[in-house]
Write a protein that binds this ligand. Structure first.
Ligand code: FAD
Length: 435
């Protein structure tokens, strides 16, 4: 069977059982496949959509930002989530109807909001993110990948002294003496990013994070897909996993809507859908969908386009220039797999662009904006789940939440080492299921 083919009836794919079957062709599934192939393991990726990376990995914020990658359990974020109950114009929204389904997950989320746990989890995210950044650079150089990537660092802007001081203090607590950022005056900000000139008077300063990058995650995934196929890995799209069957307590096969595939090893990298798939074999993994939106606009030939990725925490927005486009991403809706798009959401992202780059907003063709949403696979402590489960032969690499692009290559490498029971480059314990 070839990717994208459409056979009339289900077939049985009698694969050699030593292959690893990976469910989900997003950032994590593809990165996992690549890391396993590089260790000489045969892989088969099964993706239900007609193309890879068409869910959360499609039009995300594009920020690959180890130096300010922190969990969402901070008390300020929790206040923001609670203040967004029932509202459509708030950066964080909690749908009242979803509260019952979020109850247990929510308690775990709150349990991880203590200062001590928040700092510890942020440090673990940083370790994985830095590892990941290094590996992303390695594969880019080795395979000559080009995905509208830029490596000039990223910025955070501040509209109040209080917020700037708080962020600096938090940064010191997370990173200790290691200096991950440089504080900038508003003049220095504008020197680094001239596109901020028009809001200079509103800013008290900013932070510059030298090690950060930006890039189009979908383009990266397509390059990864090609590389995997060239190295002999198989990726079957249009294959929706319906059943996972065990035999004598071990993985035996997966049943898609068009094939039965025998396997001894299964990796679930199905993003926000990982929990429901794992429930088929009785595993409870607390990963919930958190909906986010992005807006992509053409900047070809338009003046005042920025050069650097930027985060404005006060309005929960990230903006990244991606080639001749600009992407504005933000908002978090705790509303399950709600696929409706509210008009206010679209207006919100346009408003964010106007608040940060008013001149660009003025000059850009707003009618051609591409609006998109995706479901971030969120764990309650902000860390992904990587490694074996309680069932022999069933593994996971999922739950990367708002940081799946930043964490992808490192998570996959860590996974591959754990899979082969080899020594890992970073400590695996914080990311194991039973942590
Ligand atoms: C608005 C937004 C902005 C973001 N911005 C950033 C950012 O700037 N930086 C960053 O680091 N991260 C960002 N993220 C997070 C990042 O995009 C995600 O964490 C990442 O894409 C998750 O990758 P994944 O492979 O786990 O999930 P997905 O990309 O969702 O992939 C899961 C795949 O599994 C498939 N699947 C599910 N069920 C089945 C089944 N039954 N059978 C077969 N296949 C199945 C799906 O079709 C899908 O292709 C953002 C996310 C959003 C939504």
């Amino acid at each position: 069977m070839v990717a994208g083919s459409n056979p009339a009836a289900p077939t049985t794919d009698y694969m050699k059982k030593d292959k690893v079957v990976i469910i989900g062709g997003g950032l994590q599934g593809l990165a996992t496949a690549n890391a396993l192939i590089d260790r000489g393991i045969d892989v088969l990726v099964l993706e239900r959509n007609k193309d890879v990376a068409n869910e959360a990995s499609f039009a995300n914020g594009g920020m690959l930002t180890p130096s300010h990658a922190i969990p969402w359990n901070h008390l300020d974020d929790i206040k923001s989530i609670l203040s967004g109950i029932g509202r459509k114009d708030s950066p964080m929204v909690l749908d009242i109807k979803s509260i019952p389904s979020l109850f247990v997950w929510g308690l775990k989320f709150l349990a991880n909001s203590s200062h001590k746990k928040f700092i510890r989890n942020a440090q673990h995210i940083y370790s994985l993110a830095s590892y990941s950044k290094k590996l992303t650079v390695n594969i880019r150089r080795k395979e000559k990948f080009s995905y509208d990537n830029r490596s000039q660092g990223s910025l955070k802007i501040f509209r109040s002294e209080e917020h700037l001081n708080k962020t600096e203090k938090l940064s010191k607590k997370i990173f200790g003496s290691k200096k991950r950022n440089k504080i900038l005056t508003s003049d220095e900000l504008v020197t680094l990013e001239p596109a901020l000139e028009n809001i200079k008077s509103e800013l008290v300063g900013g932070m510059y994070y030298r090690e950060d990058e930006i890039g189009d995650a979908y383009k990266f995934c397509k390059l990864l897909e090609e590389t995997i196929r060239l190295k002999g890995g198989r990726i079957l799209t249009n294959n929706n996993i319906k059943k996972i069957l065990l035999h004598k307590g071990k993985i035996n096969c997966v049943v898609t809507d068009r094939a039965i595939i025998n396997t001894n090893n299964l990796v679930v990298t199905a993003g926000s859908w990982s929990s429901s798939l794992l429930r088929l074999v009785g595993i409870k993994l607390p990963v919930k969908p958190v909906k986010g939106y992005s807006l992509t606009l053409d900047t070809y030939g338009v003046n005042h386009a920025p050069k650097l990725g930027l985060v404005d925490e006060s309005i929960h927005t990230a903006i990244a220039p991606l080639g001749n486009r600009i992407r504005i991403a933000g908002t978090a809706e705790f509303s399950g797999f709600n696929t409706s798009i509210h008009e206010k959401r679209q207006q919100y992202l346009y408003r964010m662009l106007e608040m940060i780059y008013p001149k660009l907003y003025e000059n850009i063709d707003k009618d051609l904006g591409k609006f998109w949403y995706g479901f971030r696979p969120m764990s309650p402590d902000g860390l992904p789940y990587i490694g074996p489960t309680s069932i022999p032969g069933v593994y996971v690499n999922t739950g990367h939440g708002h940081l799946g692009w930043t964490l992808a290559m490192g998570s996959a490498e860590l996974f591959a080492d754990l899979f082969l029971e080899q020594e890992t480059e970073i400590a695996p314990e914080p990311y194991l299921i039973g942590r």
